[in-house]
Design a protein around this ligand. Structure first.
Ligand code: ATP
Length: 243
């Protein structure tokens, strides 16, 4: 479904991604792990269209979307849960969720209302907080809201940028359980994380990044067997290059 070929992202003279190729199949849960500055956020930004590619190609469902504006990528079925959540603090929970459905504003209200209800079923705490301003939510609630907002666009592929960031392990475990449910219902996910352990436990395939390149790739169970230490060492500098 998602094909990234020889993708490059640069910020001035800084090369954040140097010729990265990867793919995500329909309904797959894929991970991308790596240390600080490895280029994981740049990858998701380039797939979602928030930053432009300086080389290579991104295609989705067979269509070349490399130069498609971000809002049209949302309409094609790509939604992002950005690093640091980025909920709109002065708006209520419901208003944030409704904004997530902006690309569907010409669709019948009833369909959007059904999805709003689905999100509030998925995250019951958001129903309790419906009229509360997003800025006053806890970190975990804000992460749920960011995921809910992304779901409101009815994505086929959910891009998740470090969903564990700043959350207590128990809260993140609850969020992961919900992501697994969504995946079981057919949603494809590409999750970027620094936490190799959680990522390899959750995903079926993973890519390991270091300084803008993929240095290991394979099934998450294989990568687990090769040992988390090896995977972690590889992105800290001691591993071999497999791609
Ligand atoms: P982290 O886990 O810390 O978020 P990351 O793997 O997501 O890191 P990126 O945020 O993609 O990595 O950053 C990759 C490289 O690009 C880093 O060297 C970073 O300093 C640089 N970079 C990212 N955004 C910009 C920007 N807007 N301007 C200049 N350099 C940038």
């Amino acid at each position: 479904m998602l094909e990234v070929q020889n993708l490059k992202v640069s910020y001035g003279r800084i090369e954040a991604l140097k010729t990265v190729s990867l793919n995500v199949g329909e309904g797959e849960f894929v991970g991308a792990i790596g240390s600080n500055g490895a280029g994981k956020t740049s990858l998701l930004m380039a797939i979602s269209g928030a930053v432009g590619a300086s080389g290579g190609r991104v295609s989705f469902d067979g269509e070349d979307i490399t130069h498609l504006p971000q809002h049209l990528r949302v309409s094609r079925g790509i939604a992002i849960v950005p690093e640091g959540r980025q909920v709109l603090g002065p708006l209520s929970v419901i208003e944030n969720l409704e904004l997530g459905a902006y690309c569907r504003r010409r669709q019948p209200r009833a369909a959007i209302a059904r999805d709003l209800d689905m999100v509030l079923e998925l995250f019951p705490i958001l129903r309790q907080r419906a009229q509360q301003l997003a800025a006053t939510l806890s970190g975990g609630e804000q992460q749920m809201l960011a995921i809910g907002r992304a779901l409101m666009s009815r994505p086929k592929l959910l891009l998740l940028d470090e969903p564990s960031f700043g959350l207590a392990p128990k809260i993140f475990a609850e969020i992961l359980a919900t992501l697994r449910r969504l995946h079981a219902d057919g949603l494809a996910c590409l999750m970027v994380e620094q936490d190799a352990h959680v990522t390899l436990e959750t995903t079926s395939r993973s890519y390991v990044f270091r300084t803008g390149q993929i240095i290991m790739a394979g099934s998450s169970s294989q990568l687990r067997e090769r040992g988390l230490v090896l995977v972690e060492e590889s992105y800290l500098g001691a591993g071999e290059l497999v791609q």
